[in-house]
Design a protein around this ligand. Structure first.
Ligand code: FES
Length: 583
């Protein structure tokens, strides 16, 4: 690719032809603030806070949308630029509710930070009439407060262009502009899949997760209850990033932190990931041997499940009947653990700490119940967990390392990598290979499914020489493209792993703000490192899983396994959350 030469604030830099001014500034290590810009998507140039001066041009130009040209001289910090930026932010603030003290984004808000950086210390215009719209609390996952929206459009574009859902869009004109679901319906009655990618990218408190932290504190304060917790692999990876330590160190300190919060037992969702592999790997072999239905498609991502219910109801028979690890662990606690420990199931509350807002929706699904009651009683995200540490004034870095409780706490490295795209397929193939040959493969034999390519393919040769093909997909936009080919019979995949969020659970909508592909790759790296350091690398070798089958479940796909660990789904309307069968 040909290069062009520009200067940014006097610093010479060479960039590829076609680069934007913002790209050139990044290369020159000059920071330009942005609000509506999304790396990797076409610019819209709607917020204008990234405007800069270009020698020879009369007007300021939005650096995220303006191509750099050879010889261009760019200035990002002239008094004219700073004044214009300040005015842009002041215009946004003119219509903002100003309830920052009570906002969930307080102290972690892009708009607040930008106003502070710009030196805004007073309201520029007298407060007059301002837009009003009720807060939408209908969704189990996402709270929408349109009055805090600055109309940057990032949520609309992520929902449509990345996730292929398009549950929200711009509506109204001028003063009455809002971002809304169609017909101003409540979010819960739309095709929203609860993935929370809109929440992760929103620069203000207009879209936040529904917080269940108060409910968790209430459980913990109730002496009549036995409140236990489980944590997903991607949570420890995010904590490692936030607190600047390895995934293994973060895991050990997280266990101690959860005990300090008051949980009676600290279990590992990775245990249930190993259990999922036993059930799903066996299910795959059965389907291959018994003629389908194939491809078998993974079912541990609740955002993907709801997407399939809305847009691919004819493919629901292809979904694995396995519940997700979150739900499996809850069902095991309320039945197996309750029986072993002689604790009445009705006194147990299971809290899950997840990187994912859709897990809140999943926990409330009517399908997720057994004789022991609801599998999971409350779900908090990684962000909510970090807020809980803040409420406790906890210094995470100085905590002593702790260990998960036994029975439901041991896990293999295969369980750890569940949190990254490709991890479920890789973990499953390790065990499927063993089930077919009686021998373990090399733990890294299937690492071709690692990495952030949107769609990856892999092959497994069976003992009879037959080749089984599979695909690994992350991001629902990518899932839509592949599922259209599956639906039209263009593929011969035997299995497909689909994760709703870009990068898999490590890129989930409940992870700390500021996600980008580089951070997602780093978090996946933490999980691969945890896997590498584990003595146990295979789900079928987890001694607690073996014991659960010996003492309680009997075998994968047994009647008891089916009753506790499996479920089924029904189609929904393409236009609303309605259950198709009930229309
Ligand atoms: Fe460039 Fe909004 S970030 S116009």
């Amino acid at each position: 690719m040909s290069k062009i030469n520009v200067t940014v604030n006097g610093r010479p830099v060479a960039v590829d032809a076609g680069s934007t001014i913002l790209d050139a500034a990044n290369k020159a290590q000059v920071r330009i603030p942005t609000l509506c810009h999304i790396e990797g998507l076409e610019p819209t140039g709607s917020c204008r806070v990234c405007s800069v001066e270009v020698e020879g041009r009369k007007t300021l130009v939005p650096s995220c949308a303006e191509p750099a040209t050879d010889g261009m001289k760019i200035r990002t910090n002239t008094p004219r630029v700073l004044l214009a930026r300040k005015q842009m932010i002041q215009l946004m603030l003119a219509n903002h509710p100003d309830d920052c003290l009570y906002c969930m984004r307080a102290g972690d808000c892009d708009l607040q930070q930008m106003a502070e950086d710009a030196g805004i210390r007073e309201r520029a215009w007298r407060r007059g009439e301002h837009r009003s719209h009720p807060v939408d609390r209908s969704s189990p996952s996402v709270v929408r407060d349109p009055e805090k929206c600055i109309l940057c459009g990032k949520c609309v574009r992520v929902c449509d262009e990345v996730q292929g859902v398009a549950a929200i869009d711009h509506a109204g004109r001028g003063f009455d502009s809002f971002v809304l679901p169609a017909f101003d319906d409540e979010l819960a009655s739309t095709t929203c899949v609860n993935c929370g990618q809109c929440v992760a990218i929103c620069p203000t408190g207009a879209l936040v997760e529904r917080s269940d932290l108060s409910r968790v504190w209430r459980y913990l304060a109730d002496d009549a209850l036995v409140t236990v917790v489980q944590t997903a692999p991607a949570v420890r990876a995010a904590l490692a990033h936030v607190y600047g330590m390895s995934g293994g160190d973060a895991e050990a300190r997280m266990v101690t932190a959860l005990r300090e919060m008051g949980f009676a037992q600290v279990f590992d969702t990775q245990y249930a990931a190993d259990l999922t592999i036993m059930e799903e790997g066996t299910e795959l072999l059965h389907r291959i041997q018994e003629g389908g239905p194939l491809p078998l498609i993974t079912s541990c991502s609740p955002g993907w499940i709801k997407f399939a219910e809305h847009f691919y109801p004819d493919s629901l028979e292809n979904l694995s009947t396995c519940k997700s690890p979150q739900q499996m662990l809850g069902a095991m606690v309320k039945n197996y653990w309750a029986e072993q420990m002689d604790v009445p199931a009705e006194n147990i509350r299971v809290v899950a700490v997840m990187p994912c807002t859709a897990k809140k929706f999943e926990a409330e699904r009517p399908e997720m119940e057994t004789e022991g009651g609801r599998d999971v009683d409350a779900v908090i995200t990684t962000r909510e967990l970090i807020r809980a540490f803040g409420e406790m004034s906890m210094d995470f870095e100085v905590l002593e390392p702790g260990e998960f409780d036994r029975f439901l706490g041991a896990s293999s490295g295969a369980g750890a990598i569940f949190g990254a795209t490709g991890g479920v397929a890789e973990a499953a193939l390790r065990t499927v290979f063993y089930l077919l040959t009686g021998e373990n493969p090399g733990p890294e034999d299937f690492e071709a499914v690692r990495g952030l390519e949107g769609v990856k393919e892999i092959e497994l040769t069976l003992p009879d020489g037959a080749v089984v093909r599979g695909a690994v997909i992350h991001g629902l936009g990518n899932a839509r493209r592949v599922m259209d080919r599956v639906a039209s019979g263009e593929t011969d995949y035997a299995f497909i792993e689909i994760m709703a969020c870009p990068g898999g659970c490590v890129g989930g909508g409940g992870q700390p703000y500021g996600a980008d592909l580089q951070r997602t790759a780093e978090l996946a790296g933490e999980l691969y490192e945890i896997d590498e350091k584990r003595v146990l690398r295979f789900s079928h070798e987890n001694p607690e899983i073996q014991k659960a089958y010996e003492d309680y479940l009997e075998s994968p796909l047994s009647d008891r396994s089916h009753a506790l660990l499996h479920t089924q789904y029904r189609g929904r309307s393409q236009f609303s959350a309605e259950d198709e069968a009930s229309e």
